[in-house]
Design a protein around this ligand. Sequence first.
Ligand SMILES: Cc1ncc(COP(=O)(O)O)c(C=O)c1O
Length: 441
Amino acid sequence: MRRNCDASVGECDDFGRLEPKPTTKNSRLRRAQADPEPRFPPETAVYGRRRRTRLDYHGQVTTQTRPSPPLYFNHGGCSFTTTSTLDAVVKQLRLEQALGNSVADLTSSADRSRVYTLAAQALSADAANIALTDSHTTGWAKALQTISLNAGDVILTSRSEWGGNLSALQKLAQRHGSSVVVIPTAADGSVCLKSLATLMNKSVKLISVSWIGSNGGHVEPVAEIGQLARAHGVPFFLDASQVVGQLPVDVKHIGCDVLTTPGRKWLRGPKGTGFMYLRPEYLAKCQVTAQADKGLDSSTPLTVKHFEASSASAPLQMGLLAALVQLEQVGVEAVQKQILTRSQYLWERLKGIPGVNCICPVAPQHGLVAFNVVGQAATAVRQKLMDIGIEVAANQAAFTPLDMHERQLDAVVRASPHACTTTDEIDQLIGAVRLISQRRG
Ligand SMILES: Cc1ncc(COP(=O)(O)O)c(C=O)c1O
């Protein structure tokens, strides 16, 4: 900040623009901006200005003294970062501001290569087979460009396939006179392996499966699907958006060719991060059809780098690194156990409320608990919960269209606790749902 020649008027900012002299009002604003502890505007007071006991990432009890965000049950949509993850993002942003982008990138290059190592570790993969992305969709869509189809070819998919994947598959198939076939299911809605085995033939050019559907329910038998895919030499794309960070993943055991995940969900990384695994034997067989963002042209062999953006955000990647470090420290098995304890506690109690229908008839094996309140729209239930500072998701049929159609549902309320969710918070959610189910309208 440079002093303006007329000190009574104000100061110039870094761009030489005049900033008004601080008055009591805007000096308060500046203090607030400089304050690392967020101050919530009065209208969000409903989300709590009280001291709240929370669990940290490790499930240890901590007392939060600053204003709390809503009781948060949407980790399956987008989790919130821990303070050290946020600090890592800010630190890199400050480095960029102080040194400029290139020098900042160089300064943090060792840490940035650790992102690959830890992302690979989360998938039991090798770092050389990981590409960093900004979401599930960007990686998955680029991978889809490696699939070439002819008239009569078939893509096989699961009933709980993510809606975005499904529509891309359908459009691709339509363009080439091919078709998308939904693999028949077992009683719980998961892929029926016997049926899949009978569907496998030379015209099958891709199997695309979402490991856990966005609207909750079963977990797909991905290792068995991978085995069939490998046996028939069919590419297998696995959407692990609802898995990475909450369940152990071993891509070599599964035998998938492509696995994609965002960083913002169960990994608790910043929004705008993600990564993907590409099986090296698959890449070696592919044509360079993926967009070569990194200045790589079609004469270079296809590598994981073809799947990355040329100007990724280093601050966000540093945040992802911090989140991966925390996962590594705690261990995914411990996180899984904590999530399951919470989601099953929630499911068990919701199931006992008259007028509440849990979508999953058996205890969930993951953190997604989907339900409906009889006679009330999912969006209305979500709004009522939001009004008292409880955040859940209201997922529309478009999230998993085939599964929702089969279950004759147009939307579900989805509550997704994480390891940092307390029993007290879950009890508050249960109490609120009980009240909502008693008072219609
Ligand atoms: C199973 C599944 N796949 C894909 C997505 C979308 O991920 P992204 O927004 O990172 O592309 C979601 C988001 O909720 C999801 O649940």
